[in-house]
Design a protein around this ligand. Structure first.
Ligand SMILES: C[S@@+](CC[C@H](N)C(=O)[O-])C[C@H]1O[C@@H](n2cnc3c(N)ncnc32)[C@H](O)[C@@H]1O
Length: 267
């Protein structure tokens, strides 16, 4: 594991990683996370479905990439371990796949050993870093990944926690700039496009609790992929991205999951 190793968990305010864990039925969350999670449910009872749909998208996108030749993955905003984690999905298809995980939340660091348990040594690592510091991520990732060969950069359910003021679009550009042709960008992102009222209320509640939620429109989401070639079917609600690859969660209704997902290739 690389990065800072001091773990200080703030149980006084909700954290995205722990709320997400609560939505997924995990045990690594605190009363403050559950309380905020329940408040979110009163605004939109579909949030746990969104979490499962998102997780299933990550599995399908990873499977698609591994089947199409990707052997290196950089997963930023990994979250608390939830089986199967990305390396298991990738290494099931390609046992030689290399994976670097990265998150800025101390609770994810606290679980990093469990995340990596059983993973092939030297092929999987965890890096404690913030996506707003792309240079630190690139430096850490180079210890495991060969940047002369394609890398799949996955930012799954992450960038809605990063504001425009913090340069969300630029930092994706910075990370991609170091990756060679044939690399991919994998993203999901929450949006207010389908449920503007509920989304505004959720954003305000989270802001009052100290959590940034930067919901983006379809156009703003699509802009993350400027200069890349979108893989079919392009930008869609996440459950409609290659459902044939397994684990369908929601029905075919665009309104079911207020988010977008896409995968694109760097030419
Ligand atoms: C909703 S979870 C998504 C987890 C996983 N990617 C998935 O889709 O199943 C968002 C994760 O992003 C992490 N995160 C939020 N802001 C971050 C930042 N600025 N830098 C790195 N990670 C961050 C949180 O700690 C959390 O683990």
């Amino acid at each position: 594991m690389t990065g800072q190793h001091r773990v200080e968990i703030d149980t006084g305010k909700p954290h995205p990683a722990r709320m997400y864990d609560w939505y997924l039925g995990g045990k690594d969350n605190y009363p403050v996370d559950e309380a905020m999670g329940r408040q979110m449910l009163t605004l939109d009872p579909r949030v746990p479905v969104m979490a499962r749909v998102n997780r299933a998208f990550m599995h399908r996108a990873t499977r698609w990439l591994a089947r199409n030749g990707t052997r290196q993955f950089l997963d930023v905003g990994t979250g608390i371990p939830t089986e199967p984690n990305l390396h298991r999905v990738a290494q099931e298809v390609a046992p030689d796949a290399r994976v670097v995980y990265c998150d800025n939340d101390p609770i994810v660091l606290a679980h990093a050993a469990a995340l990596l348990r059983g993973a092939p040594e030297g092929a999987t690592d965890y890096l404690q870093a913030d996506v707003r510091d792309p240079d630190a991520i690139l430096e850490g990732a180079r210890k495991i990944l060969d940047f002369d060969r394609p890398v799949a950069l996955s930012l799954v359910a992450l960038l809605h926690f990063v504001s425009d003021e913090d340069g969300a679009h630029d930092l994706v550009g910075r990370l991609l700039a170091e990756l060679p042709s044939g690399s991919h960008l994998v993203m999901t992102h929450a949006t207010a496009d389908f449920t503007p009222e509920e989304s505004r209320a959720a954003t305000e509640k989270l802001k009052a609790a100290g959590v940034t939620l930067a919901l983006r429109s379809r156009e703003e989401f699509t802009r993350f992929f400027d200069g890349l070639d979108l893989i079919e079917p392009g930008v869609v609600v996440p459950h409609l991205w290659h459902p044939e690859l397994g684990e369908p969660v929601a029905e075919q209704d665009d309104g079911v999951v207020p988010g977008y997902g896409a995968v694109a290739r760097k030419p």
